[in-house]
Ligand binder design. Structure first.
Ligand SMILES: [Zn+2]
Length: 95
């Protein structure tokens, strides 16, 4: 969950896709990612089995999702924007 506790809109950047979504003050975005690996590992992580890395600078938060996809929703689970970059392992039929 990424919450904007500030008084200005916050940019939420989803990398490595480069998507940017504004989070208004007092709003929260939930970022979910899924991995293709069945062993629970996350291929892009630098520090071990971590699905996310988060960087902050004034006015923006960057979330690096180490999975295959990302899903953005609000705190109630309502999807903010559909994922459009080529499939989600959690939504495809089992092989
Ligand atoms: Zn997914």
């Amino acid at each position: 969950m990424v919450s904007n506790d500030g008084e200005e809109a916050l940019d939420l950047m989803l990398e490595p896709w480069g998507d940017v979504h504004g989070i208004l003050p007092n709003e929260t975005c939930v970022v979910v990612t899924h991995s293709l690996a069945g062993d629970g590992s996350w291929p892009g992580t630098q520090l071990g089995d971590e699905p996310f890395q988060v960087d902050h600078r004034p006015g923006s938060v960057t979330v690096w999702a180490n999975g295959h996809c990302f899903h953005l929703s609000d705190r109630t689970g309502k999807e903010i924007e559909p994922y459009v970059y080529g499939g989600c392992p959690a939504q495809e039929p089992a092989l």
